[in-house]
Design a protein around this ligand. Sequence first.
Ligand SMILES: [Ca+2]
Length: 491
Amino acid sequence: MYLKPPQPLDFFFFQLVGCADKFRRMASSFLNGLKRSAFGLAMALGLGLSCLAGEQLNFVVIFTDDQGYGDMSCNGHPTIHTPHLDRMAYQGQKWTQFYSSAPVCTSSRAALMTGRLPVRSGMASSKRVVLFPDSAGGLPQSEITVAEVLKGAGYKTAMVGKWHMGHLPKHLPITQGFDSYYGIPYSNDMDRDPSVKGNWVTTGKSSPWSVYRVPLLRDAEEIERPVNQSTITRRYTQQAVKFIKNNKENPFFLYLAHSMPHIPLYRSKKFEGKSLNGIYGDVISEIDWSVGQVLNTLRKQKLDKKTIVLFTSDNGPWDVFKTHGGSAGLLRGAKGGTREGGMREPAIFWGPGNVKPGVVQEMGSTLDVLPTFASLAGAKAPDDRVIDGHDLSDVLLNRGKSPRKVMFYFGGAQLSAVRSGNYKAQFRGENGINPKPLAKPELYHLGEDPSEKYDLAAKHPEIVARLANLGEKLQASVKPVPDQLVPRIGK
Ligand SMILES: [Ca+2]
């Protein structure tokens, strides 16, 4: 279902400016018509895009770590304040049923990069949760990332932030389609100094950042260790802004993956004590500031009308850390689980003049990013392998409904739940990487019961059977591949 956005005064102003700009561009476009390439004209007419014909759209993905569905004020959080995300949401499309493809970091990121369920690339495992600093594996070179797809279409590409798809040189972003990399290659709570006792769990405070001896890499070179994490959100933002400014003359793809709000939580001085929500809210405030910096840079560089920005998170909130973890709002469950709170994410697409503003209540997924960006860029998505993503451009450009009708939920490498339309059947336990089959499957109507409270399995066994059948067909399509999460360095 498509809903019109809320319309405060500055939204009307935005629309007026947008109309005037559109008229100017139409006139300019007409006068320059003879100069256009036939391809550019066909693209502009065919896609209904607002950017000048023949120009390629830029793409930015802002990805947060462990931010819950409820952790934005525009998703109803009462004590977290996110003015930049809220503005992004009413200028863009806020999706209320947008999923990551896994409830944990490594698998979720592999799906975002490849458009494929992580079990297809060996990036989901029933033996290890995620990649660790002693892991030898990573995203196989045989996989084709969205960065490689766009690079093939002439894009400059950069990754800033948390990678977590292999930290050895052969697995880093610069081997997977990114021209440059700046960031912490895995989670910010790793490489913990074992001699330091006490931590955020027992004290309710973050340990000094020097306790976590994580590296900061530029391309493949270590430039800082341990990383001063209190400035990391700001430094990632500076790198992102610099990349945008340096690439205003050519199409670009920027993947900005914040290390926060994954624990341990750190923020710069300016954001200390800023939020009613405590340190977690402070951290989200700094990320929100960062979103504002990116969008304002695009506006100032006059790139906003030819850029699509997606903001979303990799998995649900890590609720075991209490006030240092976020909130999934009214959704059930959290990080690591296959209830909605583990995998349904805050999600906003923004692209003034291109993305139709509103609230989208249809399904979408990070799996859909590769096919959608490839389609909008006029680039070729891989056709020699199974792609689990769908092209969402019809929804973004207000031409049609979401092609995503089904969502599969994996706990580790085990298919645990299946959603089709409004119905979701839970077949295995909700937590862990090797969840056991439930004695009886459960069934929920996610429209009427978004919190998964009222089991309808006994009432609708035929729907449970239909969803089980969808799951069996999906599993039959997955070919066994080496588990990338198991091998250890030197073993
Ligand atoms: Ca995560």
